[in-house]
Design a protein around this ligand. Structure first.
Ligand code: DGL
Length: 287
């Protein structure tokens, strides 16, 4: 493995950018190749078989870009397909569940932990399984939040209806008196201000994006080598305009350009960056 090989990251859409941001903050010298499977968004509405199929194709695409490791920056894919992806990949494939669980166990005092996730993640039972293996005394309360991903992808995080929806998802977990709450979907940290506003100070939030980067650093022995400033590559399989607009706002000064691509590696057009989107008048979508 060469130090200069890129790190592959994938998700159904912008959610995995929470991992990109953390990777970039801690290891800015590492080149990232990102795949947002916006053609199949949201993964929450697909069957486990379909999600496994998408994941295998994406890992193959990333391997064609000579990645030295892959982060499945998608809890849904991590929950239902991680072992399938690991089996097929010659490089390490790291998922979101284990890092999130370990971080939550370090934080909880009353051993009552909530997990917000997509329906396939909840139905897979992955979080319960990994929690039980690490600490059989812990009580896990999962809540599926099917409307969160479309709200995030469409940049509707601050709307009044978003608060109402979030309240209804959070109420059962508040009633269960959890003291720790895991973002069990990489899209949900985009809603952190809304969620914090509703739950207040008493419940601690866990964002597995930070944890997965430390796990990766340990596996690859990332050491902050000095090299040329990396040229990151971002691909999306479906729409790139809302992916770009929401992603750009989230990533701030990160050098961000997105290219549309199909899973058989056919690039569909020139990459879009700031200027192109401004020309299309899409940088300021109506609120
Ligand atoms: N961000 C993904 C996750 O962590 C997928 C969400 C979706 O597309 O439904 O689960």
């Amino acid at each position: 493995m060469e130090k200069t090989q890129p790190i592959g990251v994938f998700d159904s859409g912008v959610g995995g950018l929470t991992v990109v941001k953390s990777l970039w903050e801690h290891f800015p010298q590492e080149q990232i190749v990102y795949f947002g499977d916006t053609a199949h968004l949201p993964y929450g509405s697909h069957s486990p078989e379909q999600i496994i199929h998408f994941g295998l194709e994406i890992v193959e695409f990333l391997l064609d870009h000579t990645v030295k490791a892959v982060i499945a920056a998608c809890n849904t894919s991590s929950s239902v397909s991680l072992s399938h992806l690991q089996e097929k990949s010659p490089v390490p494939v790291i998922g979101m569940v284990e890092p999130g669980v370990q971080a939550a166990l370090r934080k909880t005092k009353n051993k009552r932990i909530g997990v917000l996730a997509t329906k396939p993640t909840v139905e897979s039972g992955a979080y319960e399984r990994v929690f039980r293996l690490s600490d059989p005394d812990v009580q896990v309360f999962t809540q599926s939040c099917p409307l969160f991903v479309p709200l995030v992808e469409n940049g509707r995080t601050g709307r009044r209806e978003t608060y109402q929806i979030a309240r209804s998802y959070l109420q059962p977990l508040q009633e269960a008196e959890v003291d720790t709450l895991v973002f069990g979907c990489t899209h949900y940290p985009f809603l952190a201000p809304v969620i914090k506003h509703i739950i207040g100070e008493g419940i601690q939030l866990v964002d597995p994006a930070k944890e997965v980067v430390s796990e990766l650093a340990g596996i690859l022995k990332l050491d902050g080598h000095r090299g040329e400033t990396p040229k990151h590559l971002f691909y999306a399989s479906g729409s790139i305009t809302s992916f770009y607009t929401t992603g750009k706002e989230f990533l701030g000064s990160f050098p961000f350009k997105v290219q549309q691509v199909s899973l058989n590696s056919q690039v569909k057009g020139a990459p879009i960056g700031n200027r192109d989107i401004e020309n299309e008048g899409l940088l300021h979508p109506e609120n």
